[in-house]
Design a protein around this ligand. Structure first.
Ligand code: MTE
Ligand code: MO
Length: 422
């Protein structure tokens, strides 16, 4: 079994951090005490989750990139911008509100007329090149509704705190993507029998020589999956520059890191891709999460993050909000997972003692956000803890306690929103 130098370092940090996590887990346990410590509306509550540490939000401001509505600024260089909660009130996220995540500051200004995707590699029979025009004209178009979610969505909620972009709940979005199947392009190149992975690269180049280029890889079967697309349209419009225009990869069910933007190079290879972004970054302790395993990239003690875990976001109720007694509280939101589809969302207002099934919205496919709604009664004055819990058709459900990992991935703890009935 393959061993990475970086695994050793992660292992040491992990032991230290896990020791801390035990304490934090106890703090985050069910109970009004913890919940009452929530910041008032307008602070962390404005994001719909009471537990985002204030430090995370102190430097946060709304900023409009060209072509975008004001988004929550995380960093300018590289551009990392999060979608505000209100844009998740519907299942499809508008293009101009869709989150933006880049690793390197030097984003290419690549125009549609100059776009060329090269498909080759040592396990391809030959190298082929496609312009945007050719992708649109020479191949059958395919369309899919799918969630793009950063592995580190909700990292800002981790306790203890971990390093990285301190995302709240909006490092995700759901769109209708249109493009061509990657497998149709790979077929033009021809695959050799020893093909193992497909290595993906975008147009940007690292600003400093010491920063490794952002390169990812996928298992061959995922690259060949009928749902893996090279998309040039998002919600019926040309793909926005910030979201990877002229064309990007869509890997439904898999976390955003594999969704290469300004996708210009696919190399079919016979050996596991070993660059920093595969061997050191985007990895989780091995076996910690139930997800698809990336067989050729397994290591000790960690493995790559792959498919998303089941999750839900309440969009109609915020911590600290007051509701009039006698009128029901409309609990609405969205749920999603790594591709099994959503089986049910249940709501509790009694600290998890009883759960009530919400009504699910229109089914837009197993990779899409699914809306849910339930009116909960307000019989007496006082505090209510609103929780919503999604379960996938694969039988997976959200966790009550944080599954701590040092990179801050896969946060799918059931939200606890404390409201008051007056
Ligand atoms: N070329 C390129 N593609 C990229 C990235 C990047 O830094 N460069 N970041 C990835 C990550 S980690 C995520 S979460 C998604 C974010 O997509 P978005 O900016 O359209 O929201 O793009 C992915 N594709
Ligand atoms: Mo990401």
């Amino acid at each position: 079994m393959k061993k990475y130098a970086s695994d050793m370092a992660v292992s040491k940090t992990r032991r230290r951090l896990l020791a801390g996590a035990a304490g934090a887990g106890a703090l985050a346990a069910f109970g009004p005490g913890r919940v009452l410590a929530a910041t008032p509306l307008g602070g962390s509550g404005a994001l719909g989750l009471a537990e985002i540490p204030d430090g995370t939000l102190a430097e946060q401001l709304l900023y409009a990139l060209p072509g975008k509505v004001p988004l929550l600024k995380k960093t300018f260089r590289p551009p990392n911008f999060e979608t505000p909660l209100k844009y998740f009130q519907t299942a499809i996220t508008p293009n101009d509100a869709f989150f933006v995540r880049w690793h390197l500051a030097g984003i290419s200004e690549l125009k549609a007329k100059d776009y060329v995707l090269t498909v080759g590699g040592d396990s391809a029979n030959h190298e082929v090149k496609f312009t945007l025009e050719q992708l649109k004209k020479d191949f059958k178009a395919a369309e899919i509704t799918a969630v793009c979610q950063c592995s580190g969505n909700r990292r800002g909620l981790f306790q203890p705190h971990v390093a990285g972009v301190e995302w709240g709940v909006g490092a995700m979005g759901n769109a209708v993507w249109r493009g061509v199947r990657l497998r149709d392009l790979l077929a033009k190149a021809g695959l050799k029998g020893n093909a193992l992975e497909v290595v993906l690269n975008g147009a940007e180049v690292p600003p400093l020589e010491k920063t490794p280029d952002f390169v990812k890889s996928l298992p061959l079967d995922v690259a060949l999956d009928e749902n893996t697309l090279v998309a040039y349209e998002m919600n019926g419009k040309p793909l926005p520059h910030w979201n990877g225009g002229p064309a990007r990869l869509i890997v439904p069910g898999w976390t955003g890191t594999y969704w290469t933007k300004q996708f210009v190079s696919a190399k079919v290879v016979s050996k596991p891709e070993g660059n920093f972004w595969m061997s050191a970054a985007y990895r989780v302790p091995r076996g910690m999460f139930k997800m698809r395993h990336f067989e050729s990239q397994l290591g000790h003690p960690n493995e790559p993050i792959t498919t998303m875990v089941v999750n839900a976001l309440v969009t109609s109720v915020q911590s600290g909000q007051k509701f009039a007694r006698g009128k029901p509280i409309p609990v609405k939101g969205i749920a999603w997972d790594g591709g099994a589809g959503i089986d049910r969302v249940e709501v509790s207002t009694d600290y998890g003692a009883s759960w009530h099934k919400a009504k699910l919205g229109k089914d837009l496919g197993r990779f899409s956000f699914r809306e849910f709604a339930l009116d909960v009664p307000t019989r007496e004055n006082g505090g209510l803890l609103v929780m919503a819990r999604a379960t996938s058709k694969g039988g997976e459900t959200q966790t009550e306690q944080l599954v701590f990992n040092p990179a801050g991935y896969h946060h799918n703890v059931i939200q606890r929103i404390y409201v008051e009935v007056v």
